[in-house]
Design a protein around this ligand. Structure first.
Ligand code: XIL
Length: 363
């Protein structure tokens, strides 16, 4: 029987697309399992995708307490021209989340990528301060009642850029210097006083990768400086784009880093979790084991830290994942980075999430 109560044959005969998993009713809600431990679980979505795929919308409804705008709240989506804002996709994301009863995670107010072409020219030391604060005031202000947490600045550390403080030489940095980070947080605080405000980055996850271990140190000093300067920051957002082709080296180093962040009085969010299986060899069954192992090893460590309050996967099903375009496999097989397969059936990665939440200490 399908979850519509039809036999598979009857559904096929009636022309209904059978996209939902037969095991649907037995599936435990990731939102509920996480919530029982004080963790908010969610996923990133694209509004046009969820509108066109009701079975996927049902899956989100069942599992997500929070929805992130995967692209709709980036500058290039919101700012087609210097003086026009286009809120259509962002509004649609918020409206969809509201219908689902989910919170909205905003991503991202400041980033060196996804900047509209016009901004290259418009961004000068003279104009940058106002551009930044106007944007944040308009965007964070518009969603002050609905976005409960924001990635205020995304990916600000780049040690290869050669600065002693490790800050990335982003267009915002070049125009404004290091102060742009605090300025962005203060503008967000003013526009959305109740939203949780996070600084987000990648490359903090693996214990056996030297540059990541060093980046943790850089990140800690940055967070310390921001706290000492009274910047209104509530959380570090760790993206969590994992690589299935790597050994899941999440251990004492990651634990210590998370504890150090927590000691600064900050929360920790995992905001873009997925496992890239582009280079994972083997058939689907083996790849699913490997991908699930990464989810499990990472979450077991991360959820042990009580400061971790949100876990968001970057999509929820292999049917819709930006990994397929960005990291396609050489053998042309579909990528499988997420907890549900392209037919929306739960994979071993889903079970890894279930087990990780079930085993996590309560916040
Ligand atoms: C990605 C989206 O998933 C893609 O659809 C888009 O084409 C490019 O951006 N780090 C981030 C996210 O902070 O915004 C990125 O999202 C993935 C890496």
């Amino acid at each position: 029987m399908t979850r519509l109560g039809l036999s598979r044959r009857a559904a096929l005969a009636s022309g209904l697309a059978l996209t939902a998993a037969p095991t649907w009713a037995a599936e435990r809600s990731l939102r509920d399992l996480a919530a029982a431990k004080g963790v908010l679980f969610g996923a990133a979505i694209e509004p046009h995708v969820v509108q066109d795929d009701p079975a996927f919308a049902d899956l989100l409804q069942r599992h997500c307490g929070s929805l992130t705008a995967e692209n709709a709240m980036k500058w290039n989506a919101l700012r087609p021209t210097p003086d026009r804002f286009d809120f259509a996709a962002a509004d649609a994301t918020v409206a969809f989340a509201r219908r689902q009863g989910a919170q909205v995670y905003g991503h991202a107010l400041v980033w060196h990528e996804a900047m509209p072409a016009w901004l290259d020219e418009a961004l000068t030391p003279r104009t940058a301060g106002a551009l930044l604060s106007d944007h944040i005031r308009r965007v964070a202000g518009r969603y002050a009642g609905s976005v409960t947490a924001w990635d205020v600045v995304n990916e600000v550390v780049e040690r290869n850029d050669g600065r002693r403080d490790g800050l990335r030489l982003s267009p915002w940095f070049r125009a404004l210097g290091p102060s742009y980070i605090g300025a962005a947080f203060r503008a967000a605080r003013q526009a959305a006083p109740r939203a949780r405000l996070a600084l987000a980055d990648y490359g903090l996850e693996y214990d056996d990768e030297r540059w990541m271990v060093e980046k943790r140190g850089t990140m800690l000093s940055l967070l310390e400086d921001l706290k000492a300067a009274g910047v209104p920051i509530h959380a570090l957002a760790i993206q969590g784009h994992l690589d299935g082709a790597r050994r899941p080296a999440f251990g004492a180093g990651l634990r210590r880093f998370l504890a150090q962040v927590a000691n600064l009085g900050l929360e920790i969010y995992i905001t873009e979790l997925d496992v890239n299986d582009q280079k994972v060899p083997g058939n689907v069954a083996r790849r699913d084991v490997v991908v699930a192992d990464s989810y499990r090893a990472f979450l077991d460590v991360v959820l042990d830290e009580p400061a971790v309050r949100r876990v968001t996967t970057w999509g929820l099903t292999d049917r819709h994942t930006s990994k397929s375009g960005m990291f396609p496999r050489a053998d042309r097989a579909g990528v499988r980075p997420l907890p549900f397969d392209a037919a929306l059936r739960p994979k071993l990665a889903y079970q890894a999430l279930v087990d990780a939440f079930a085993g996590a200490p309560r916040r």
